[in-house]
Design a protein. Structure first.
Length: 178
């Protein structure tokens, strides 16, 4: 019998798969501008993620008997899963990590659309050429993630998280330290 939390986690994975498809299409579209490769880790930080994502990643890592490697990061803000400039949880990485490097469009605090793109990518691209068809719609996917997280929180028996709570990625590593 499936637990009450399995359904929201499966829905999260569906959202993640949808995001992966959009990201893949954008990576193909912008391939000549993308310099993201193994070793490029400027954006790898200790992000905080929603509980549904945290527990999905945790479940995936446990299912593959993940053993964390020693992180040699000097920065306390660096990602604990970055080892020798490579992500050790790449297949399970959170959504924020899946979209890095791409041009992101989002509504700022004033409700106006704003564009964000990696300073290493798109160095010879006219930013006026970005539009809704060749950017990642961050608010759309964040809304989807928020709704799945709400369902996850409501299904949780211990009610230890609120809808706006975030969990630092480094907390994942604590589940594997013996």
């Amino acid at each position: 019998m499936k637990s009450k939390l399995t359904d929201p986690i499966e829905k999260y994975r569906e959202v993640r798969n949808t995001i992966d498809k959009h990201v893949s299409a954008l990576e193909k579209k912008h391939n000549k501008h993308m310099v993201c490769r193994k070793g490029c880790d400027l954006c790898c930080m200790d992000y905080s993620i929603l509980p549904v994502e945290f527990y999905s990643v945790l479940k995936d890592l446990k299912s593959r008997n993940f053993t964390p490697e020693k992180n040699n990061q000097d920065s306390e803000n660096g990602c604990v899963f970055l080892v020798n400039h490579a992500c050790t949880i790449y297949a399970e990485r959170p959504m924020i990590c899946r979209t890095h490097g791409l041009p992101l469009i989002f509504a700022n605090d004033d409700g106006e659309f704003e564009l964000s793109a990696c300073e290493l990518n798109f160095t010879s691209f006219d930013f006026d050429d970005f539009d809704m068809d060749n950017t990642f719609h961050q608010d759309k996917y964040n809304s989807m993630l928020f709704m799945v997280n709400r369902e996850f929180i409501n299904a949780s028996e211990d009610k230890k998280f609120g809808e706006l709570d975030l969990i630092p990625l480094k907390e994942l590593a604590k589940h594997f330290i013996k």
